[in-house]
Design a protein around this ligand. Structure first.
Ligand code: CA
Ligand code: ZN
Length: 302
């Protein structure tokens, strides 16, 4: 299996980028990912002032996927996420949902033993996930720092981007130009204090190309659900976008009028907060696959 090393990273998703590696549809490969601080935090005494802020949220890549063309969907299946044996979390005054109550920059280095994170003596089973993963944005959408989630993906910080899940990204450039980083060994929905359990990783992926299908926002498929991942300036905007795209998928896939699709969504669709702390907020709108199978949803995209 090809191993794509973690040294070559981007800090911005752009429409035109030089790729570092090529992969083929159906190919499995490993991507080494850096933590969101590029491993700069070596001890709990470290302060923010010592950090080089130009090296935050590195994403390994871009990776060129053969056969991916503008107007397709790039399918990315997450086969495995291996994380290192320790990671970092921190608070920063003013940052996160309760930032007004934070009195100091506190850094915690959290060990991981036998797949459990040890936090102040509490053992928590890890659930590794990918924070930043995306493709080249559309030319008209401009450039996006890796810290910000948008239609191309990016820093979506979504707990369900985990082992066994599959992402579908709209392709805006030849080769799609996939890049990823910022794994978390653990994170709760919302990521309220601004970090998850930030950790370097080795991510095994399998990619494929779905020709002639395109969506505004990325899709995410888990064992049980298919969902839209949308971002916005606030929770209302992100929620509206996620719900609107999912209702439109229901309408097109099941050949319903808007009202029936809207009503069905109200019966079965869960809105979940992915994160509240990045430069844009991310929400997911999730429907059980028993109601809307992924194949059906994809068929419905004209
Ligand atoms: Ca993140
Ligand atoms: Zn992170």
């Amino acid at each position: 299996m090809k191993i794509i090393k973690g040294q070559k990273v981007i800090y911005k998703f752009k429409n035109e980028m030089d790729y570092i590696e090529r992969v083929k549809p159906k190919e499995r490969f490993v991507v080494e990912t850096n933590d969101c601080f590029f491993q700069q935090i070596k001890s709990e005494d470290m302060t923010l002032k010592e950090l080089d802020f130009d090296c935050l949220n590195p994403a390994t890549g871009p990776i060129y996927v053969e056969g991916a063309e503008v107007g397709d969907l790039l399918k990315v299946k997450i086969i495995d996420i291996e994380v290192e044996d320790k990671g970092v979390a921190m608070t920063i005054p003013g940052e996160g949902l309760l930032g007004d109550q934070v009195t100091k920059n506190k850094v915690k280095i959290i060990p991981i033993e036998d797949n459990y994170a040890i936090f102040n003596g509490i053992k928590i089973p890890i659930e590794p996930m990918i924070g930043v993963i995306g493709v080249a944005p559309a030319k008209e959408d401009g450039e996006w720092p890796t810290a910000t989630p948008w239609k191309h993906g990016g820093n979506m910080d979504t707990t369900e981007i985990k082992i066994g899940s599959t992402l579908y990204f709209p392709v805006n450039q030849e080769g799609a130009l996939l890049a990823l980083g910022d794994c978390h060994a653990l994170m709760g929905d919302g990521e309220i204090c601004i970090t998850g359990l930030e950790i370097p990783g080795k991510v095994t992926l399998e990619v494929d190309v779905i020709k002639g299908k395109y969506t505004k926002w990325p899709l995410l498929e888990t064992e049980r659900e298919i969902m839209v991942l949308a971002s916005g300036d606030n929770l209302d905007q992100a929620t509206y976008e996620a719900a609107s795209q999912m209702v439109s998928h229901i309408k097109d896939a099941l050949d319903f009028d808007f009202e029936d699709a809207y009503m069905l969504a109200s019966l079965v669709m869960d809105l979940k907060i992915s994160q509240l702390v990045d430069p844009k907020i991310t929400v997911r709108a999730a429907v059980p696959k028993e109601v809307l199978a992924t194949e059906k949803l994809l068929e419905g995209i004209k």
